[in-house]
Design a protein around this ligand. Structure first.
Ligand code: PRP
Length: 208
């Protein structure tokens, strides 16, 4: 179908809630997230869904392969992508935070070594505070870095706080509130405006 709408969905942390909210507005019936398949189509061929890594949702939407996407604000802030952010979906709530050992005292005039998966967010935040920093980019399990002396602190998302707690770390500063967002490709938003608006409004209704 020419007017098919493709939606990129994040696997992992946000995945279950994303599929649940889509099902509440009557979409996503064809999705089987237990299978190894990566693309699904609704029975009437009107919608397609792609299951991808969270950070790749933005890439698929920005490049127009997907018309819509659901993604955490953390990824949006880090990637600064050229997409429309349509609504705050209200789920997937967590926070960006600076965390470290209880004993750490941040000295304004010393270079702070920060391990993070989010170098851009980290750079922007500490630039505003005029704090000199050295960013150590990691791809996961960042909580390990201050424990083994790789960094002084970390910048990461904190949801329940249990990962910090299990590693003897605590929040030193809360930076931003995070939640899931509906995003749209800029061209799709113009050419598929009615269909996208219908989905946006339906989602808005079930979450409010
Ligand atoms: C995220 C984040 C923290 C953890 C926070 O990691 O980077 O490590 O979850 O959640 P909590 O506050 O509920 O403990 P993720 O599970 O995505 O895996 P990763 O560490 O491999 O990136």
């Amino acid at each position: 179908m020419k007017n098919k709408l493709t939606i990129a969905l994040p696997k992992g942390r946000l995945g279950d809630q994303t599929i649940e909210v889509l099902k509440r507005i009557g979409l996503g019936d064809g999705i089987d997230d237990t299978s190894r398949k990566l693309i699904f189509t609704d029975q009437n061929q009107e919608f397609a869904y792609m299951l991808v890594k969270p950070s790749d949702v933005i890439t698929y939407v920005e490049r127009g392969v997907a018309d819509l996407g659901i993604i955490g604000k953390d990824s949006l802030m880090e990637d600064q992508a050229d997409v429309y952010e349509l609504i705050d979906l209200g789920f997937g709530k967590c926070r960006f935070a600076v965390a470290g050992k209880t004993s750490i005292a941040i000295q304004k005039d010393e270079v702070l070594k920060i391990a993070t998966k989010y170098p851009n967010v980290t750079k922007a935040y500490f630039e505003k505070k005029n704090q000199p920093i050295d960013i150590i980019k990691l791809n996961g399990s960042v909580e390990l870095a201050p424990l083994v002396g790789l960094s002084d602190v970390i910048v990461d998302i904190v949801e329940t706080g249990s990962t910090l707690k299990a590693n003897g770390l605590e929040i030193l500063e809360v930076m931003h509130d995070i939640s899931a967002r509906l995003i749209a490709n800029r061209v799709s938003y113009r050419f598929k405006y009615e269909k996208i608006t219908r989905i946006k409004n339906a989602l808005w209704e079930v979450i409010s």
